[in-house]
Ligand binder design. Structure first.
Ligand code: DX5
Ligand code: ZN
Length: 225
């Protein structure tokens, strides 16, 4: 349990599945979330385009919960610190895109954000084992990044399991996040494999009552964690 009585799992709804022209109302529907997950895509690192710092700054000003920014962009070394500077609680960049991931994580932390690194489904995680202290969260993508509403890839679970085992052995407190295809039928297996932080887009914003969906997901994850 965390001090606020919530179980030690975090549910981060992704606004990629929200109505972009009613963002303030959409954010108000998820005030029971731990963080709001903000997918920044540049149409280069991934074949899709969302929004940049100006939009994220408005979400930051409006959101009832802190921001968890997921950067699916080329050259995060150049652009990621700006998202930390506008007040995002966490900023996660892709390992495949970063030139100097450890140096970038240090800069993000120095600005006051949690530093996260993400890996695509085919990217090995072994190189991160010695870097667990350099990051506050590691995002194991459970779909190919770029689009919401895709199917969860169970073949990513062995990688997550090994990361979780390594974190336990080393006494690391790094958060392990999953993103893509997380919903009521998949969250328990990700929790059981070691995830503690869950991004869910369609499963939350597609529900009639998003806050109730968050509670159900939290309970399903907490039972396995
Ligand atoms: C995909 C994004 C995800 C996406 C998840 O590239 O990183 O955050 O919004 O959407 P769902 O939960 O619908 O798979
Ligand atoms: Zn994401």
């Amino acid at each position: 349990m965390q001090p606020d009585g919530k179980p030690g799992v975090r549910i981060n709804p992704s606004i990629l599945a929200a109505d972009f022209v009613n963002m303030q109302a959409e954010l108000a529907r998820i005030d029971g979330a731990d963080f709001v997950h903000v997918d920044v895509m540049d149409n280069h690192f991934v074949p899709n385009l969302t929004f940049g710092p100006q939009m994220v700054e408005r979400v930051q000003a409006t959101s009832p919960v802190p921001l968890d920014v997921h950067l699916m962009i080329t050259n995060p070394d150049r652009w990621a610190p700006g998202y930390a500077e506008l007040g995002a609680a966490s900023v996660t960049f892709h390992l495949e895109a970063a030139k100097e991931p450890v140096a970038l994580a240090r800069r993000l932390r120095a600005i006051g954000a949690r530093a996260g690194v993400a890996v695509k489904p085919a990217t090995p995680v072994d190189g991160l084992f010695d870097l667990l202290d350099d990051f506050d969260q590691i995002l194991v993508m459970t779909v190919e990044p770029g689009f919401g509403g895709q199917s969860f890839m169970p073949e990513t679970m062995p990688k997550l399991r090994r990361l979780a085992a390594e974190a336990r052995t080393r006494g690391s407190s790094v958060w392990l996040q999953v993103d893509g295809g997380i919903g009521e039928s998949t969250i328990a297996q990700a929790a059981e494999a070691g995830a503690d932080t869950f991004v869910a887009g369609s499963a939350v914003f597609g529900a009639d009552d998003p806050d109730a969906a968050i509670t159900r997901l939290r309970d399903l994850a907490a039972h396995r964690h």
